[in-house]
Design a protein around this ligand. Structure first.
Ligand code: AP5
Ligand code: MG
Ligand code: ZN
Length: 215
């Protein structure tokens, strides 16, 4: 199954994708996680991306398009893929269409997780992240042991871009550059909306109802 999870910052894309990837046994491809790993490792890509990420801006399209092309042509995508955080602009979506047609793996569905702005700010400001890709929330989704990842035991951290001012900027960038993709994918007949306001398990069940159609 070939799926893109779509939605504003903090909608729960990463939280859901982690579980969905295990449930359906397809790779979770988060461009945010790939970029953060590069920042941590101090790669050339990471150094370039960090300047944009810290300000809540999008990393330039050409960088992301190259990155996603490399990732989607890896062998683990044979059985399908679960995109998280890509595409985020119309040029990225156009490039994706070309890449997917080259590898004969067109999207089955774009699942749009809908959450109000007020709730997004609450979710992002209380988020705690792990380098393994898990994310928690101090109130809504706390780890078993405070400050420690359930999955890998590492110490949790707060993302640099989860600071109130940068959160506002990320939401503004989403509205300006990314939200137009809702119409883009609706017109392509691929968009399905999911209410993301419920509990993590409830949202998971709703997303599974959609993904089960493509098993
Ligand atoms: P990225 O890492 O993709 O960040 P984002 O889109 O801002 O999304 P988030 O990861 O913040 O939110 P999420 O939807 O994954 O929410 P989560 O599950 O963690 O991108 C970061 C940066 O990288 C960008 O700003 C940009 O600079 C760059 N970048 C990445 N991709 C790019 C691209 N394609 N083009 C250009 N630049 C790119 O959940 C959030 C919180 O809510 C957590 O605390 C969680 O525990 C909690 N939560 C989740 N679900 C629920 C629920 N149902 N109820 C209550 N709480 C919940
Ligand atoms: Mg995420
Ligand atoms: Zn972890």
């Amino acid at each position: 199954m070939n799926i893109a999870l779509f939605g504003p910052p903090g909608a729960g894309k990463g939280t859901q994708a982690k579980e969905l990837s295990k449930h359906y046994n397809i790779p979770h491809i988060s461009t945010g996680d790939i970029l953060r790993a590069n920042v941590r490792d101090g790669t050339e890509l990471g150094l370039k991306a960090k300047q944009y990420m810290d300000k809540g801006e999008l990393v330039p399209d050409e960088v992301l398009i190259g990155l996603i092309r490399n990732r989607l042509t890896e062998p683990d995508c044979e059985a399908g893929y679960l995109l998280d955080g890509y595409p985020r602009t119309i040029p990225q979506a156009d490039a994706l269409k070309d890449i997917l047609s080259e590898i004969s793996k067109p999207l089955d569905s774009v699942i749009n997780i809908e959450v109000s702005d007020e709730e997004l700010v609450k979710r992002l400001s209380g988020r705690r992240s792990c380098t393994c890709g898990e994310s928690y929330h101090v109130m809504f989704n706390p780890p078993e042991k405070e400050g420690v990842c359930n999955a890998c035991g590492a110490e949790l951290y707060q993302r640099d871009d989860d600071e109130e001012e940068v959160i506002r900027q990320r939401l503004a960038v989403y509205n300006d550059k990314t939200k137009p993709l809702i119409d883009y994918y609706d017109n392509a007949g691929l968009l399905v909306n999911v209410n993301g306001a419920g509990a993590v398990d409830a949202v998971f069940a709703d997303v599974c109802k959609i993904m089960d159609q493509y098993k």
